[in-house]
Design a protein around this ligand. Structure first.
Ligand code: AMP
Ligand code: TRP
Length: 342
């Protein structure tokens, strides 16, 4: 396969779950960083991590549809298959193969400490559903995703900090036990909007699988839906005084300032000084988001008209990913003492 243009030796890997429609949080916290920086600076792989979407109850047809849509939106947002590798996790067996070795490296206790596990397990239990074992072991698969590629950098939103830390611990532990097989990666975050909060409840992140959707801007929302959601954002009612940027005390206003700053390239603290009314802040934020999403929506519609192009991109992406992952996963299998097949 031809050398990729944006590839000066440093490797980047990141993933996104097809567990719901992608949100503004996904875009500002992760995808934009991939498009504008990572694909140009490094040999970058971006993965639709479909196996991770099976850790909670799911509808097979919906996962299939969302996997296709997520991949299409990655390209619509500006990932360029000439510069980087875009693929679907389940197309490359190495992820699941290595995940087992990560489960053999991790301890039960460190998995149970993961905040995301605790929150999601509680949510499943509250709905009267059983908690899948894969929800607990999820960080082992995520570590495998990252380590299989000799990844240096993992660009994510800040909700993934704990998982990437665990991945580092597993890489170090494995290397110490069995020899130097893995590179030890680090997480990187965008400077603004590393955590976009729900517009109706700014104490929780804007999450694509939340049941209540009025505070979530989806990337494919119509402009009027975006405007309506932003105009109805909660702005810390009861808080007196000017328009300070204070994420602790005034999370609703701070979130709008973060989003506006991320869209316009400004600084949230400085933008705060330019506004005297919440109405004006919301209106400008709404328009900034609508403009940000406009080209993405257009490109998404174009790509949907060419399904065979998308299939080709994903097929080639998987081939390249497989070729990159295979030798390292084979080396890990040999290092732990498994007999190489002939
Ligand atoms: P997920 O939707 O959990 O598959 O996340 C995919 C990527 O988007 C990860 O890097 C997350 O950290 C990031 N992300 C998801 N939700 C948000 C959010 N509300 N704010 C910032 N980043 C987010
Ligand atoms: N756990 C990530 C999330 O929920 C998705 C993910 C899976 C990922 N594997 C990854 C992110 C590898 C970065 C690298 O957002």
């Amino acid at each position: 396969m031809a050398e990729l243009a944006g590839r000066p030796g440093r490797r980047t890997f990141s993933g996104i779950k097809p567990s719901g429609h992608l949100t503004l949080g996904n875009y500002l916290g992760a995808m934009r960083h991939w498009v504008e920086e990572e694909q140009h600076r490094a040999d970058a792989l971006f993965c639709v991590v479909d196996l991770h979407a099976l850790t909670v109850e799911h509808d097979p047809a919906r996962v299939r549809r969302l996997s296709r849509q997520t991949a299409t939106l990655l390209l619509a947002a500006g990932l360029d298959p000439e510069l980087c590798t875009v693929f679907v996790q389940s197309h490359v067996d190495e992820h699941a193969r290595l995940s087992y070795l990560m489960e053999c490296t991790a301890a039960d206790g460190e998995m149970r400490r993961m905040i995301q596990y605790k929150e999601k397990a509680a949510r499943e239990a509250a709905r009267g559903r059983s908690v899948r074992l894969s929800l607990l072991t999820y960080p082992a698969l995520m570590a495998a995703d990252i380590l299989a590629y000799g990844t240096d950098e993992v660009p994510v939103g800040d909700d993934q900090t704990q998982h990437v830390e665990l991945c580092r611990d597993l890489a170090l532990r494995f290397n110490q036990r069995y020899g130097p097989v893995f590179r030890v990666p680090r997480a990187s975050y965008p400077q603004v909007a590393a955590r976009v909060m729900d517009l109706r409840d700014p104490t929780v992140k804007m999450g694509k699988s939340h049941a209540e959707t009025s505070g979530i801007v989806y990337l494919l929302d119509e402009p009027d839906a975006v405007r309506r959601k932003v105009m109805r954002a909660v702005t810390d009612s009861g808080a007196e005084g000017g328009m300070e940027y204070d994420p602790q005390e005034r999370p609703g206003v701070a979130n709008l300032l973060d989003v506006l700053a991320a869209c316009t390239g400004g600084k949230p603290q400085e933008l705060a000084e330019e506004y005297t009314s919440y109405g004006a802040l919301k209106k400008d934020t709404a328009e900034a988001v609508v403009e940000l999403l406009r080209p993405l929506r257009r490109r998404h519609a174009e790509l949907c008209a060419e399904p065979s192009y998308m299939e080709g991109v994903l097929r080639e992406g998987a081939e390249r990913a497989r070729a990159l992952a295979r030798p390292r996963v084979d080396a890990a299998y040999a290092a732990v003492g498994l007999l190489p097949p002939g």
